[in-house]
Write a protein that binds this ligand. Sequence first.
Ligand SMILES: C[S@@+](CC[C@H](N)C(=O)[O-])C[C@H]1O[C@@H](n2cnc3c(N)ncnc32)[C@H](O)[C@@H]1O
Length: 503
Amino acid sequence: MTRPDIPQEFKDYARRLLGAERYARFAQALDEDPSVSVRLNPFKAVWSGLLAEDLNGVDGSVPWASGEGCYLSERPPFTFDPLFHAGAYYVQEAASMFLGQILRRYVTRPVVALDLCAAPGGKSTHIRSCLPEGSLLVSNEPVKARAQVLLENLTKWGHPDVIVTNSYPKDFARLPDFFDLLVTDVPCSGEGMFRKEEDAVTGWSMEAVRMCRDRQREILRDVWLSLKPGGLLVYSTCTLNALEDEENVAWIAEELGAEILPFDVEPGWGVVGNLLAVSSVKDTAKAEKLFPVAHFIPGFTRGEGFFLAVLRKNGEEETSDWAMSFDRYENERVKSKKKRALHASVPALPASCRSWLLHADTFDFVPDGPVWTAVRASFSRQVGLLQEAVKVWQAGVPLATVKGKDYIPLHALAMSVDLNRSAFPIVPVSYDMAVAYLRKEVLVLPPDTPKGYVLLTFQDTPIGFVKNIGGRANNLYPQEWKIRTSYLSTYSLRGDLGRKSIE
Ligand SMILES: C[S@@+](CC[C@H](N)C(=O)[O-])C[C@H]1O[C@@H](n2cnc3c(N)ncnc32)[C@H](O)[C@@H]1O
């Protein structure tokens, strides 16, 4: 593949920032191919008994994400892997997986978290995997088309305690002191993506970098109020320059009021620290700028460019009791109660449908038109408040659509890690049948399959529902997510295509 030329102005800047030796290593890496990596879903049992090295095409584990992230030797046709569509893993840039190190060190008790710039969902699926149980994740993306992709990826990841929203940062200012953890993977100039994204190269200019820096500050200023005093901010970009990275971190600490926190990196990982310590870029000798940050730089770490810093917002957390600290939301709570009263006029969801979920007694079952959604009861107050302040697209697990007397199980239920598998007849399907299902073709199940709603599994992982009507089964896979390509290939990350199951 021929890549566009890297702008000379960037080369000059990066050489001054990195120093000549480091720059030469980085420049050489820019001519190499980008790496491919995946991160496994710990909530889906598909990996049990399998060592990561046994996976198809694996070429080593990601050092800072061992046990969950691995490299692949080349980019396989993921579209043809039913496990990919089942949310059993996420294709994610290796450097970004460093976030897990930070969360596991600093988030040790249940939190309410916001991933502010979340599409397509790499960080959100990872955050959800790392948060202590009992935590709630609000995953937000302001750009509608991108929020659709985020919704799809989080639905497939299957954790019930996730809320997907589609709002701008300033809307979260309506929720003061709401979040314990804020992740801002901000839109940036993308210098770390030069090997992967042509647009990052062709769109680069120093002027664009300055515009990105200004927008990032605006985003942070807008959302800052919603982070509790004492709350944690993870700031990240996929760019290299000091304006969007070190200088913005210093700005957050000084202007918004936060302490920059340390974290551990193993020397062998190749992570580079504060570049202002080594660069000859103007205004860099100031000792106070030499705070801890992590740069993942092609040529130094295997993967694309990534930058991360962790900060704690100044001020003491007033109370760890969420209910007590939220008296200020009394008015909104009243509105939410009114909304719930409206729901009370709808007949309750039948017990047989409630039992479609494990731990059903921990959920509230909420109607919205014909759709019933299961929302963890312990988060009902937060969900109500979010609905007043921002655009909530999905909260919890969409469970069923009502059609006449029929309750049709929804695809999100099949993807949920709280699905009660014993509530449905299960048909394990072959690789070919799984792909036919994902193409939304009509299927024929074995003659002894009971009529009605049937859960299909591939390699012991749910892939979705069909309605078996005897001679054939109606395919309930979401139309908008079906495999559309006419190109034919086969792939399974587990290796085994499962052709021994029924054809
Ligand atoms: C670097 S990407 C996020 C990648 C994502 N965190 C992941 O790991 O998959 C930045 C995201 O910010 C979104 N964005 C654009 N303008 C924004 C704004 N003003 N406030 C918040 N997010 C914005 C973009 O649409 C984009 O999806």
